[in-house]
Design a protein around this ligand. Structure first.
Ligand code: GDG
Length: 494
């Protein structure tokens, strides 16, 4: 599958329908930098995956306008064509008041859904006021979609835990719309999900979609178990369908991916000289092996666990001091949420302690970068690492693991990957670890440091084949093909 074939498939499948993608995050943010209007590509898995698809297929993307200069570039309907340097699709920016953002985003999305769905022992919060604001925000997104659809038929593709009710509100007004929802993060089992006071309402809202996609078979099965234990619905496990209130919703797994060719091409264009320059910039000697990590600074990603493992390694193996550097890119995220502030401080403390204890001369064991990095620059960091360390405590997929593999088009490198990341199902030639065991992380680094070139090459070439074959265009194609297989009685007009 490639961009062109995906475009053809989408045209053939959705026909004259307007393709509308709805997510909280926008792919491009407009901000003032030193008084000038500048564009920034947003960090985050959803945006990385969807932008190439929208670029290939065109259509409309509705999202929250998060930048302080967003209003400078949009038309009277809140729309602007993107990407800014070669526009291919329209971005419609939705404005929300600060009070709604606080309830819908900080309160429900980040403090209820995120910890409820990621089983990492952070307690979810349930505030009735925030819950009302969450639904209000979903209505605002739905109204933005309806204002664009007007009399046209549409294929509305909503994303993630911010948008549980958007399709429902659209379909209440335009029932013939095709509604597909993709859930990017894990879906918990019923014993966890049922602590949510609005469990029933959430499931009912989502079941207004015609198709719901999850990252793995396990998350799809968890969803069906939750429905089974919460609603009076009929579940057909063989056809993987839920029948509720005279409607059928298909439940499927579609492991998300990346634009392999693009990452591989960008990485191929980065010279040895540029890597050396980047190393020099961070005070790393040219021939020093680098263990790299790239994550949002999120408590689900296991960054403290990586640091604890590095500390143990340096303490138990003094001979490894000055023999490698751990570079962690930790892009800022959700800074308004208390749990993230505490987590950020803990991570910085650990970095300081390790560097204080083990630095020798110009060598520092940990280089910690807590800034947003431009897309191509980020691939440079992945290319700089001989070993990539991914320790998510729970992760829907984890695109960085696939990006590291795509970036290895020269020296093969070793991927260390958590068994709790969705991508472990495909990247079977990674060194698999349980990130709750500092011992396992430490031993995996030791193993990676001494792995033979032949073994590295064999493992990496299998993983590259896998990611190349199952790229993000194939992901979208499989989802769209499932839409086309929906029973005609699900939609009168389809
Ligand atoms: C969610 C789910 C699922 C990171 N820092 C910067 C930056 N990034 C990019 C990475 C990668 C993306 O953000 C992160 O994707 P992940 O998949 O690793 O993680 P989440 O953001 O948690 O994504 C996840 C994903 O959605 C897709 O469905 O895989 O399970 O949690 O592409 O490279 N990009 C730039 N600067 C940074 O500083 N430009």
């Amino acid at each position: 599958m490639n961009r062109q074939r995906l475009k053809g498939l989408i045209e053939q499948t959705i026909g004259n329908r307007l393709l509308v993608t709805v997510s909280h995050s926008e792919p491009y943010i407009t901000t003032y930098i030193e008084g000038e209007v500048k564009w920034k590509y947003a960090a985050g898995g959803l945006v990385t995956a969807l932008d190439p698809i929208m670029e290939a297929c065109g259509g409309l993307w509705v999202a929250y306008g998060a930048g302080d200069a967003d209003k400078e570039v949009v038309d009277s309907e809140g729309k602007v064509n993107v990407p800014p340097d070669s526009p291919n699709y329209a971005l419609k920016r939705v404005s929300l008041s600060k009070s709604i953002v606080d309830g819908y985003l900080n309160g429900i999305s980040n403090r209820l859904f995120w910890p409820l769905c990621h089983f990492v022992y952070v307690r979810p919060r349930f505030s009735k006021r925030d819950w009302e604001q969450y639904k209000e925000a979903n209505k605002i997104f739905a109204d933005a979609v309806l204002s664009e659809i007007k009399e046209k038929d549409a294929f509305v593709w909503t994303h993630d835990y911010h948008m549980c009710f958007c399709s429902k509100y659209v379909k209440e007004k335009r029932p013939e719309t095709i509604g597909v929802h993709f859930w990017h993060i894990p879906w918990p089992g019923p014993e966890i999900f049922k602590i949510c006071p609005w469990a029933e309402e959430i499931l009912e809202g989502l079941l207004m979609n015609d198709l719901i996609g999850f990252q793995t078979k396990e998350f799809a099965a968890n969803f069906m178990d939750c429905v089974d234990q919460t609603l009076e619905a009929r579940i057909d496990r063989i056809s993987s369908s839920i029948f509720f209130k005279n409607r059928e919703t298909r439940i499927r797994d579609f492991p998300i991916s990346i634009d392999f060719e693009n990452v591989s091409r960008i990485s191929g264009g980065i010279s040895e000289g540029e890597i050396e320059k980047l190393k020099r910039y961070h005070g790393i000697k040219g021939d020093m092996p680098v263990v790299v990590g790239v994550d949002r600074l999120d408590y689900t990603k296991g960054i403290p666990e990586k640091l604890l493992a590095i500390r143990e390694l340096l303490s138990e193996h003094p001979e490894l001091r000055k023999k490698f550097v751990f570079v962690q890119v930790a892009s800022p995220t959700r800074a308004h949420v208390y749990e993230y502030q505490v987590h950020g401080e803990r991570v910085l403390n650990l970095v300081d302690k390790i560097n204080w204890q083990y630095s020798e001369g110009a060598w520092k064991p940990v280089v910690f970068i807590s800034d947003f990095i431009e897309r191509d620059g980020l691939i440079k960091y992945l290319k700089m690492g001989q070993i990539c360390l991914i320790t998510s405590l729970h992760d829907g997929m984890n695109l960085v693991s696939k990006e590291f593999v795509a970036a290895r088009n020269g020296d093969p490198g070793v991927l260390i990957l958590s068994k709790f990341a969705g991508s472990i199902n495909e990247l079977k030639d990674a060194i698999m670890i349980n990130p709750y065991s500092v011992e396992e992380i430490k031993n995996s680094i030791l193993k990676a440091l001494v792995m033979s070139d032949e073994e590295k090459r064999t493992r990496m070439s299998k993983m590259r084949e896998e990611v190349k074959e199952h790229d993000v265009f194939r992901w979208a194609a499989e989802l769209v093909r499932s839409v086309s297989r929906l029973k005609p009685n699900a939609y009168e007009k389809f």
